[in-house]
Design a protein around this ligand. Sequence first.
Ligand code: G4P
Length: 529
Amino acid sequence: MSFSAEIKKRRTFGIISHPDAGKTTLTEKLLLFGGAIQEAGAVKSNKIKKGATSDFMEIERQRGISVATSVLAFRYRDKKINILDTPGHKDFAEDTFRTLTAVDSVIVVIDVAKGVEEQTEKLVSVCRMRNIPMIVFINKLDREGKDAFDLLDEVEQKLGLRVTPLSFPIGMGYDFQGIYNIYEGNIQLFRGASKKKREERSEFRSLEDSELEKQIGGKALQDLRDNLELSGGVYPEFDRDAYLKGELQPVFFGSALNNFGVQELLDCFVDIAPDPRPKQAEERLVLPTEEQMSGFVFKIHANMDPKHRDRLAFVKIVSGTFQRNTPYLHVRLGKNLKFSSPNAFFAEKKEIVDTSFPGDIVGLHDTGNFKIGDTLTQGEILHYKGIPSFSPEHFRYINNADPMKAKQLAKGIDQLMDEGVAQLFTLELNGRKVIGTVGALQYEVIQYRLEHEYGAKCTYENFPVHKACWVDPDDPENPEYKEFIRVKQKYLARDKQGQLVFLADSAFSLQMTRDKYPSVKLHFTSEFA
Ligand code: G4P
């Protein structure tokens, strides 16, 4: 198969949702329809169960699962589909943001009863900023929930999307009877719950089919007709270009648990979802069809065996073909590296692969060369953009609790930060180290892993910080900037990349600082150019 045909075959996407909306169930059903697994229950949920904060075995178990489900690939029709796993738990939101830099489109899952929830809002706003094409799947139609039109309104209002339904439910909850597939123009009736296997379906091609009225009843049919008429009048017609530009979001309804509406979603997804998209590097826009290989690391996972400290770096191939045993330039280190056993992912297995194409994810064994955001090329100096750090929510000093193990501690902190578990800030004034995290859970994870994987002990001390702001001096020679550096010295730190960060202790002091030094720009993310 030609290079360009290989690219066109690939669909690399992520499923995002608020926890419990049904992301894991939908993922599993997509794999089931793709023939990648035989039975539901094979994909374990990698969500952190409530109350697991002090259960370290649980954390380790979750880490194991999240390696296994990082990339789930399968073939469907003539396409190769890569699903990138995104943790739903908000303490791991940053991991999800980074994974979103490696997807070409997303499916957003919404619970019909709960509607748009907090985590969905945050994740969708990131996708919107990046114009990532999105399909919305409204799940759990077998339960009582919100009215379809109200929900579509809510999705538009709260998520700032412009939607068009491509399927429409017939009833809901107890009265849920099936789905009208607007995209294909047919009707599937729901025949009770067979949770494990594919549903036996009864399909109608037309609303005029007299058998249809017999089966769903006159009232349901009339309601459906009215709803479709209303929907046709209110919502724009589906336009693939608008979808690909991130300007229009098709919506599907169904019940992942009951395998209902999933096939419709998958068939449409395969038709309309984008093949690998071009990616912006600091230097230029890189097209997938370019011959020269390039890719970037969006996730690093530590080995589960604490005795072997090698890690798996997940690289998204952006252009060219990635070949086993071929030297590639590690741009940040300026050295060539060869990989003898790159992993490709297939359902829940990983296997060594000789050639990977744009859109694919390869897992590279790493002994400490990689950081998140690193770029590999065939010689060109490229830096892929879009993997910023965001201001953490929690900040604590980290102290060494065992003076004999200072080296181990330093190494452990260094490697865990490269994995993206948390962010490290080193105070300019005294060199003390501060760990910033999105959620409090990470402190326990770090402490546990430092002890078990690096033999080091740490303690924490509160450090009251409101926000970390990356400093953009505008002009470093400006006297205003110099005064800012002098006066605020106590609050200045360096992140791991050496960028200067202002740690504001309250919203008030942040505002005061901004007012006093207007030429010094303070950003909540590390990437602002
Ligand atoms: P998540 O990954 O988004 O966090 O959600 P997950 O798929 O784990 O689903 C959350 C819960 O919602 C699960 O129930 C799951 O069975 C249920 N669910 C998913 N899709 C549907 C659906 O279409 N209809 C209904 N009624 N329920 C659905 P649980 O009790 O939390 O877990 P489990 O014990 O069933 O695994």
